[in-house]
Design a protein around this ligand. Structure first.
Ligand code: FAD
Ligand code: SF4
Length: 509
């Protein structure tokens, strides 16, 4: 009697209940498959990092005494799809029972549920033991409410998990949210912490991936891949962040700078999303830093809110609205992405920085994703499904359950306001306030029309104008709509013409 247990590429958690002891008659199946490299065009570093981390995890399991059957991308026996490989491994090992951990993506969840149904013997799914809430916790919480609100969910999670609470149960420091203390531009000091991440040489693996015909984009950096590829490296990175980044995380979490691509962000999303780290331990490490006086409360609260709040919340949105969420297009935007999304060669300095860094590092921080690239895509009217595919491909941490609600919902407002209470849009003023991108840009941030006008400005006013029927009654947009109403009609039509011209020549910006 053999049990075949499937471990997916984002289930690299040594702490999972399966691995507590070595069980005889259990074979762990791991596989690098074209099914997973090809569902969207991926950044080279994402493919490399996931496969390298999977190989490291298989070595770790074998060293601990577990039996692992690992199908490499170039293995001639590899059928390149999960069900076909499972059939082959069932025959190879004479497996009678099939088990898998709950997948995080709807697509894989359906596929494995269907597969388990036709497995000729006992089969079952176990929890991935990773998240602090269930797939339907958020849906349950908001069952009787008109609107979903992250802040409500977050406070619920703080209470349930006893995070940052005073002994009598109130929020630490007397406030649930310290956002108004955060969000400053970065003056250049304190210095960006040293990048102490590991350096891996995965040239051979990269050659194997390329020889297998896998297409990709972005810089592979195969000879110096910088992402943590196992739990020990992820823990080292967590420690480095707690010491160097966390104390300033709050102040500069929305800052942007040509002098620092990471600033004080943790770069932990890959390690978290492939489950090398548990959100519990990351939250505990941050809370401990505050309790021992190593980081201020606004920074620690701001950081914990991202993980205990946003990360769990978007997962709840995903499971409540899939399938079908990925097809939403409330504002009916349809323009194709201009080619510079894949080259970074664009004259708008903020986009050249944010897209360029995404292609170089497979990483951009939150405000670059939301207020530079996402803001532009929304204002220009790019097709949200195409924007979603780009985000899902480009970032090393992009897995659909977390990427889709952030991109399609929060950033593109394509769900009509489920994720965001208003569209995240701005003209050049916000980008200029939060960083130094505008200095040295070929466009003028203060100009609205004409060849030197910053494209964000006309696109911003035109976006409000075009979508007035859907958005003008939103109380959070009352001020800009009042400004628009007061605008001289000639100025308004000049902005319309400028925006239309910009949308016609996106590739030349
Ligand atoms: P830090 O700034 O150090 O934050 C710490 C952690 O908080 C992150 O590692 C992450 O786990 C969590 N977090 C922060 N914000 C969010 C959020 N909005 N939703 C969920 N978790 C959050 N995050 C992903 O993990 N994968 C994605 O594919 C992804 N796509 C995004 C697309 C868009 C358009 C936007 C606006 C945001 C997206 N995010 C995504 C959220 C966020 O930008 C990244 O988690 C963050 O930039 C990762 O870098 P970091 O680890 O340095 O994060
Ligand atoms: Fe971006 Fe406009 Fe500033 Fe240039 S001027 S960096 S295009 S916001």
């Amino acid at each position: 009697m053999t049990t075949l247990r499937l471990i997916l590429g984002d289930q690299l958690s040594p702490g999972h209940r399966w691995f507590a002891r070595v069980e005889s008659g259990v074979v762990y199946a791991m596989m690098e498959v074209r099914q997973e490299t090809d569902y969207v065009l991926h950044h080279a570093q994402k493919i490399l990092a996931v496969f390298a981390a999977m190989r490291d995890f298989a070595r770790h399991l074998r060293a601990a005494g577990h039996v692992v059957d690992y199908l490499a991308i170039g293995d001639p026996a590899n059928r390149q799809a999960i069900p076909a490989n499972l059939d082959m491994l069932r025959d190879r090992h004479g497996a009678t029972t099939f088990e898998y951990q709950a997948p995080d993506e709807w697509r894989v969840d359906r596929q494995l549920a269907d597969y388990a149904n036709v497995w000729p013997g006992p089969s079952g799914m176990v929890d991935s033991d990773h998240f602090l809430s269930a797939r339907d916790t958020a849906a349950d919480l908001f069952r009787d409410r008109r609107r979903w609100l992250m802040e409500h969910f977050y406070r619920h999670m703080r209470r349930v998990h006893g995070v940052l609470l005073e002994p009598e149960g109130g929020p630490a420091g007397g406030q649930w949210n310290y956002d108004h203390d955060n969000r400053k531009p970065w003056p250049g000091l304190p210095a960006e912490p040293d990048d102490t991440r590991p350096r891996h040489d995965h040239t051979a693996l990269w050659r194997e991936i390329v020889a297998s015909g896998v297409a990709s984009f972005g810089e592979p950096m195969a000879d110096r891949l910088r992402w943590p590829l196992n739990r020990a490296e992820a823990l080292t990175q967590l420690d480095a962040f707690i010491d160097g980044g966390l104390p300033h995380f709050g102040d500069y979490q929305d800052a942007m700078s040509t002098r620092g691509w990471r600033l004080f962000h943790s770069l932990l999303s890959f390690a978290l999303n492939v489950k090398m780290l548990s959100p519990r331990e990351v939250i505990a490490a941050a809370e401990n830093a505050w309790r021992r006086g190593a980081a201020p409360l606004p920074a620690v609260e701001g950081f914990i809110r991202q993980i205990l709040g946003w990360r769990e919340y978007v997962r709840g949105v995903y499971w409540a609205h899939m399938p079908g969420y990925d097809q939403r297009n409330a504002l009916e935007h349809a323009l194709a992405l201009p080619p510079w999304f894949w080259t970074g060669r664009v004259g708008m300095r903020c986009l050249a920085q944010a897209v360029g860094q995404s292609l170089r590092h497979a990483y951009a921080h939150h405000i670059q994703r939301l207020m530079v690239i996402g803001n532009f895509a929304l204002l220009a009217g790019l097709d949200p499904a195409a924007v979603h595919r780009w985000y899902l491909g480009v970032y090393v941490d992009a897995f659909e359950w977390v990427e889709l609600p952030n991109t399609l919902g929060m950033s593109q407002f394509a769900d009509g306001g489920l994720m965001a209470t208003k569209p995240y849009v701005s003209g050049a003023a916000y980008i200029d306030r939060m960083g130094d991108y505008c200095r040295g840009c070929r466009y003028d941030r203060k100009v609205r029309v004409g060849p030197r006008a910053c494209p964000f400005n006309a696109l911003y006013w035109d976006f409000l104008d075009r979508h007035a029927a859907a958005l003008s009654t939103n109380p959070r947009l009352a001020l800009p709509y009042r400004q628009l109403a007061r605008m001289d009609p000639a100025d308004r039509s000049a902005l319309r013409a400028q925006a239309a011209d910009t949308r016609r020549r996106l590739e030349a910006l």
